[in-house]
Design a protein around this ligand. Sequence first.
Ligand SMILES: Nc1ncnc2c1ncn2[C@@H]1O[C@H](COP(=O)(O)OP(=O)(O)OP(=O)(O)O)[C@@H](O)[C@H]1O
Length: 265
Amino acid sequence: MFLQMENIGKTFIDQEKQSSFEVFSDIRITIPENQFVSILGPSGCGKSTLLSIVAGLENTTEGSISLQGKEINKPGPDRGMVFQQPSLFPWLDVRGNVTFPLRKRLSKQDADNHADRFLKMVQLSKFKNHYIYELSGGMQQRVAIARALAMDPKVLLMDEPFGALDEQTRHILQDKLLDIWQETQKTILFVTHSIQEAIKLSDRIIVMGTRPGRIISDIPIDLQRPREREDRNVIELEQHIMELLKIEINKVLKEELSDEFQHSS
Ligand SMILES: Nc1ncnc2c1ncn2[C@@H]1O[C@H](COP(=O)(O)OP(=O)(O)OP(=O)(O)O)[C@@H](O)[C@H]1O
């Protein structure tokens, strides 16, 4: 299998407090090449941690993870990451941000040409000489996507990439991302809090539960794209996922409220 997570577990250890916290255990996911997979789950279930493990930014404490049979234990150019905050360099212009990671392996001319191809893909050609502060949030996120794509990763890891954007921009970027995905044939692992976003974009939705973090459902989405919110199948799917998540979110709220009660009494 292309991307394989075998019985992954993650426990954070706090040396100072001599305590440990198990985020999740026994996560098994196999993802074929070119699949668009979204991960949904209540806050704290470990979605970002899981993505960081695939990125190689965090290690697993149990199990193993491999891409095309090669074990992942550090970051690599075969995986590109896009975060909620685009984390761009303010002292570089748009093109400079995209070429930055390419500088080591390409001449300036080649890096510029390469960057221009991806800036065209995210429709920012006209802005290549602009500085980051001159761009809207949606445009900045498009720069971050172009930068990740320019590395030609096999897998694109996206952690709530549109979470900080207004709804209109979010819809436009979702459509753009689908176009890019179809054009580049990347495998995408996409973390979101939005059920609608996950349904609109994905081939498959993995729903995680919490305390402890685990997979509670793995749902293939066979509906034709574009998917309209008003479509009966979309509405039914949305309700089904909402029910699954409601149980988990209520569990978290109950625990948090009882903690609060114990601390205040
Ligand atoms: N470096 C760390 N050290 C200790 N605990 C951590 C660390 N990183 C994350 N955690 C804890 O692990 C749990 C999972 O965090 P994570 O950010 O992966 O969840 P999430 O599902 O992405 O949440 P959200 O939807 O709110 O972004 C949380 O309880 C968090 O506090």
